[in-house]
Each structure stands twice: as C-alpha cells, then as structure tokens.
Design a protein around this ligand. Structure first.
Ligand SMILES: Cc1cc2nc3c(=O)[nH]c(=O)nc-3n(C[C@H](O)[C@H](O)[C@H](O)COP(=O)(O)O)c2cc1C
Length: 160
C-alpha cells in the first residue's frame, strides 16, 4: 500500500519550496518541501507539513516563524541541497533576516515570510500553518516536481 500510495501521490504535480527557520541556537535551518499550499486570503495563511522523522522537525515545531521560498526553474540544485542529509545546506547561500526573524534566501520565484499561526498533527507529519507577514514575487518560470522528478515547463505554460 505505502509504495502504491507514494507513487499515486507523485502523480499530483506540485511546485517546489525551500522553507527556512532558525534552530534553538539561532542557526539557520531549511528543508525542501512540496507540501506547501495557500490556505486563506483573510487572514493571509499558508500551510505545509514536515515529517516527524525530519532532522529539522524540532526546529520547525519550536519556531515562531518560517519563510517559504517558491523556487524557479533554475533552482533544481538548491532543491537537491536542501533535501540532502548531513551536509551544510547553507554553505555559500547568503541569508538576511526577515520581518518574522526567519532567514531569507535572496533567490526565489515567490517568497512568503510568516509567523507560526497553528500546528496540527497529521499522521506521520506535523501540519504547520503560517500567517504571512510579507510577500514578494518575481517573473520567471516555476520549478515543478512530478513523479519523483524535477521539471520545468516551457514559458509561457500552455493553456488547456
Ligand atoms: C521535492 C521534494 C519535496 C519534499 N517535500 C517534503 C515535505 O513537504 N515535508 C517533509 O517533511 N519533507 C519533504 N521532503 C524531504 C526533505 O526535503 C528531506 O529530504 C528529508 O526530510 C530528509 O532530510 P531531513 O531529515 O534533514 O529533513 C521533500 C523532498 C523533496 C526532494
């Protein structure tokens, strides 16, 4: 069931994000996530979920803030770095402090700086809801994830 379920979940094409926050010692932490979704316009809310088994689980559970970076088509390598264990994911990646306190990455397709609004248990994941404090967007083409692979669409995406 679980292999079949994972495979079927993979048929849902998504964008790709890198979500950042600060750990207990103030160090930047970040993770590649495709569970991101818009949730509410008023109030402005987004959500995503993190696996209980993630090495970053405790940091995101305890954090009062996080920043979501929606990646553009040229950021496949960054997505790989932020999903790889036992490396310094922030090596060579400059950060600045957002209004929320979360570390902001300079390169993105869209960026949502959030304070943690609510958390809910969801099976083997923790669902994290954020209230958006600041948002930025840039022109370009999004990075996509489909059936286990990164992909990009030719610009402009064809209407169907
Ligand atoms: C495209 C993609 C999307 C991912 N989405 C999520 C996600 O939404 N939530 C999550 O907990 N892990 C997600 N992961 C896995 C994490 O990025 C990471 O690889 C995994 O949690 C192991 O590293 P960690 O223990 O440091 O978190 C995703 C990985 C990839 C490549």
């Amino acid at each position: 069931m679980s292999r079949q379920l994972r495979s079927a979940f993979g048929h849902y094409a998504t964008g790709v994000t890198v979500i950042t926050t600060r750990g207990a010692a103030g160090e930047p932490v970040g993770i590649t996530a495709n569970s991101f979704s818009s949730l509410s316009l008023d109030p402005p809310l987004v959500l995503w979920s993190i696996a209980h088994t993630s090495s970053n689980y405790e940091a995101f559970r305890a954090a009062g803030c996080f920043a979501v970076h929606v990646l553009h088509a040229g950021q496949g390598e960054l997505a790989r770095v932020f999903s790889t264990r036992n490396i310094d994911r922030f090596a060579g990646v400059p950060t600045s402090a957002g209004a929320s306190g979360a570390p902001l990455l300079p390169d993105f397709h869209a960026r949502f700086d959030c304070e943690t609004h609510a958390q809910y248990e969801g099976g083997d994941h923790l669902i994290i809801v954020g209230r958006v404090l600041a948002v930025e967007e840039r022109a370009g083409v999004p990075l996509l994830f489909y059936r286990g692979r990164f992909a990009a669409v030719a610009e402009p995406p064809a209407a169907v």
